[in-house]
Design a protein around this ligand. Structure first.
Ligand SMILES: [Zn+2]
Length: 477
């Protein structure tokens, strides 16, 4: 079968982490009784005048800076006209022909391949619309909540440079890390802080690109990947069958795992953009740009490289540790205090994140402080406690029983190093199970594991299993 190539571009909207809305002083975050966070400006009442929120501009400039985009000292606001029940003004204030920034790039690292830079076309500010509520109002009514009207968004329009659903996933994951690391957005997809529209087309080698289809209603990163897999397969099948794919907007149905047509694809001219008459051009002063650049953190891809090169972590571990900036921060504290980055990476990625997942906690609410995990890693690394004891200890620290060294001290959990004590435990187990001992001597070699288990139980997991093993074989041999 002739290979089909996919071309994917993502348009991401992120809610800026401001206290108030983009053009008025209403509270911007999620929550609040429906329609309680509104005023004449965000409701678009006649005569109300918008004024741009400096903090929102600062955050958008900060993101543009982090993405290496060209920041334009002067950009303009535009009205994007369309009718929707949750858009009382009948237009959205956005940026069109003169956006805040153009260019920029995001690095992705597909496993087993060289890192790739994915281009950004433009970054601009716009206000959000309200929300239609279709549940809880009976079959023939819907509700409208306008709290979200005027909430500040930054839109990041990516170049069509992604070649697969997996690359789209990596791009989104990295963009989210950057938004969080820079403090620009909470970027919580479940809360609607981060929304993503996808454009996708397919074509054969050396052919022009096929018709572009936009996918809507993508509510999770996994949803984006699944929707793309499905849509690429659908377009490829249409192409093989000789039927043309039409440019359109399709809705992803996550429950049914399919896309279906929503409407013909709208073009820019459908929105009748025109310059916003109520707002002056957005001119960035030096103080604002300096504030946007201040305290710029190490970016996630650079941190990933540093974890691999300077700390000697495997690339896959370095990647997993830098997906969430808060996880990377925690790991760095543990690695530094424990003095062993590899052990710290293993403990954080497997034991600690596993424990947090079980309890549904973010790392910011970890019941094990970084200093405690470091202490535990040192106890295990120095041989003072066995690996089994170390894992039990993590659960006890998480349960609030105290600091690791103090628990070891109080409960006498230090590893059993005394050869005589190990031998006496082994002898006691063999004496208690004469039948099994005879069975082993008669050729049932598998029984050795049973004896090792019994000795470990008898010593509270404090003996070294290797030494127990050797001692038992000597005694039985
Ligand atoms: Zn308002």
């Amino acid at each position: 079968m002739e290979p089909v190539r996919a071309v994917i571009g993502l348009e991401v909207h992120a809610r800026l982490r401001t206290r108030t809305k983009l053009f008025c002083r209403c509270v911007a975050g999620p929550g609040g009784a429906p329609n309680s966070r509104t005023c004449p400006v965000c409701l678009g009442l006649p005569g109300a005048l918008p004024a741009a929120n400096r903090e929102a501009v600062r955050l958008a400039v900060r993101l543009a800076e982090a993405l290496g985009a060209e920041i334009h000292p002067v950009s303009t606001w535009a009205r994007k006209n369309y009718f929707y029940p949750d858009l009382p003004k009948g237009y959205q204030i956005s940026q069109f022909d003169r956006p805040l920034a153009t260019g920029g790039r995001v690095r992705i690292e597909p496993p087993g391949a060289a890192p790739r830079w994915i281009g950004i076309e433009r970054i601009h500010l716009e206000e959000d619309a309200g929300k239609s509520l279709h549940e809880g109002f009976g079959d023939d009514h819907s509700g409208i909540d306008l709290n979200r009207c005027g909430v500040p968004l930054v839109e990041i329009v990516g170049a069509p440079g992604l070649a697969s659903p997996d690359e789209a996933f990596l791009y989104l994951e990295r963009l989210r890390s950057i938004l969080r690391a820079t403090g620009v957005s909470d970027a919580e997809m479940e809360d609607g802080d981060l929304r993503c529209d996808v454009n996708v087309s397919v074509h054969g080698d050396g052919e022009p690109w096929g018709a572009r289809v936009e996918l809507k209603n993508l509510n999770s990163f996994r949803g984006v990947r699944r929707a793309l897999q499905h849509e690429i397969a659908r377009q490829a099948a249409a192409r093989r069958a000789g039927s043309a794919t039409v440019p359109e907007t399709r809705l992803w149905d996550d429950a049914r795992g399919e896309t279906r047509p929503l409407r013909a694809k709208e073009e820019a001219h459908d929105y009748r953009y025109f310059p916003e008459p109520d707002l002056p051009a957005l001119a960035l002063d030096d103080a604002l740009i300096a504030a946007a650049r201040a305290g710029m953190p190490e970016l996630p891809h650079a941190r990933r490289d540093r974890f691999a090169a300077a700390l000697g972590l495997p690339e896959a571990d370095a990647h997993r540790l830098t997906v969430e900036p808060t996880v990377a921060d925690y790991f760095e504290q543990v690695a530094q205090a424990a003095g062993d980055p590899r052990a710290a990476a293993n403990w954080v990625l497997t034991e600690l994140l596993g424990l947090l997942r079980e309890r549904g906690l973010p790392i910011g609410e970890s019941p094990v402080a970084a200093a405690d995990l470091a202490e535990l890693i040192q106890l295990a690394g120095s041989g003072a406690i066995s690996g089994k004891t170390a894992k039990d200890l993590l659960a006890r620290v998480a349960a609030g029983e105290g600091r690791p060294a103090a628990i070891v001290e109080a409960d006498g959990l230090s590893r059993l190093d005394d050869a005589a004590a190990i031998e006496s435990a082994c002898r006691a187990v063999l004496d208690a199970h004469p039948g099994e001992a005879a069975g082993y001597r008669g050729g049932k070699a598998g029984l050795l594991a049973f004896f090792v288990g019994q000795v470990m139980r008898r010593t509270g997991g404090r003996a070294d299993p290797g030494r127990v093993h050797d001692t038992l074989r000597r005694l039985l041999g």
